[in-house]
Design a protein around this ligand. Structure first.
Ligand code: GLV
Length: 321
């Protein structure tokens, strides 16, 4: 195999970069800070492969800056809305992502948000930290139990189903709704009901969003969808911010049309709608769904394996589409 030029645009955990470096000529931007677009364009010039994370936008301009030798863009994430896949395809560039390895970590976080919102854990933790007086109290910070309640999974792919399994283990009933039919074995194992989106919104106590961001899912949860939800229901989003209309969510919370929200993703990260910041009925996390040491190393490894495969003339392990 001849040596190719691989550009890794952000710091990666584990041994992924070492493994690439053992075979190829690697330019490694070993930093967490975001480079300017101009810096990115000069870094990628002449690359055969790019390894990128969600902070990088891979658009036609960047692909042109890389030049005609570019063969693969390996995104270290399962979602790839940061990559213009059509522009890559037009230039014959393979795009890969990292499905599977982050399913459990993200589902864990989604269910953590369910518990944080329903049991008011953010608010409770703030109470202790602020030093305000507290003591065991019969009526102190009462939440609601999840047992016997219904979770609606919008987007029952791998992460949605893994979240449903956790919900099931906590005694919840499961509704599933998505563009494609969920795996029938998983549906049977969960004792789940597959329903339309409107029915899911109307019948769920917790609505958990797991759809990828596409033109069809942008603002899937808009004012109309929020109005269908129960006023006691909570919304959890660990997928992509723009799937939820954040302004409509703030309006629904303000009007008491839903009871709370747990968010790991936002429409315009890292900006968070100011109407969310002061509310005790929302839990706000900084996009950490896959953020475990093990998961991030596995994501970086899978991205490296995809690059090694494509540059070695083999099929990528996890191509996009
Ligand atoms: C994280 O958001 C991912 O898509 O991997």
């Amino acid at each position: 195999m001849s040596t190719s030029r691989v550009v890794v645009l952000s710091r990666l955990p584990g041994t992924a970069v070492e493994r690439l470096d053992a075979v190829h000529d690697v330019t490694y931007r070993d930093e967490d800070t975001r480079p300017s677009r101009d810096d990115v364009h000069s870094l990628v010039a002449g690359a055969d492969a790019l390894v990128v994370t969600l902070g990088e936008r891979v658009d036609a301009e960047l692909l042109d800056a890389a030049g005609p030798g570019l063969r693969v863009v390996a995104n270290v994430a399962v979602g790839y809305d940061n990559v213009d896949v059509d522009a890559c395809r037009e230039r014959g560039v393979v795009v890969t992502n990292t499905p599977g390895v982050l399913t459990d970590a993200t589902a864990d976080l989604a269910f953590a948000l369910v518990l944080m919102v329903t049991r008011r854990l953010g608010e409770a933790e703030r109470l202790v930290r602020t030093g305000r007086p507290w003591g065991w109290g019969m009526f102190q910070l009462l939440g609601v139990s999840v047992q016997g309640r219904t979770i609606g999974i919008l987007g029952p792919g791998a992460i949605g189903l893994a979240t449903a399994r956790r919900a099931r283990a906590f005694g919840m009933e499961v509704l599933l709704s998505g563009r494609s039919e969920p795996d029938p074995t998983a549906v049977a194992e969960l004792g789940a009901e597959v329903v339309g989106t409107d029915a899911l919104l109307e019948r769920s106590d917790v609505v958990s969003v797991h759809t990828p961001l596409t033109p069809a899912t942008r603002h899937l949860v808009d004012a109309t969808a929020l109005a269908r939800m129960r006023d006691t229901a909570v919304l959890v989003n660990t997928a992509r911010g723009p799937v939820v209309d954040e302004a409509a969510l703030v309006a629904a919370l303000e009007a008491g049309r839903i009871a709370g929200a747990g968010l790991d993703v936002y429409e315009d990260e890292p900006h968070v709608h100011p109407g969310l910041l002061g509310r005790d009925d929302v839990v706000l996390l900084p996009h950490i769904g896959s953020a475990t040491v093990e998961t991030r190393a596995a994501m970086a490894d899978l991205a490296a394996d995809n690059v090694l495969a494509v540059l070695g003339g083999e099929d990528p392990l996890t191509p996009v589409r």
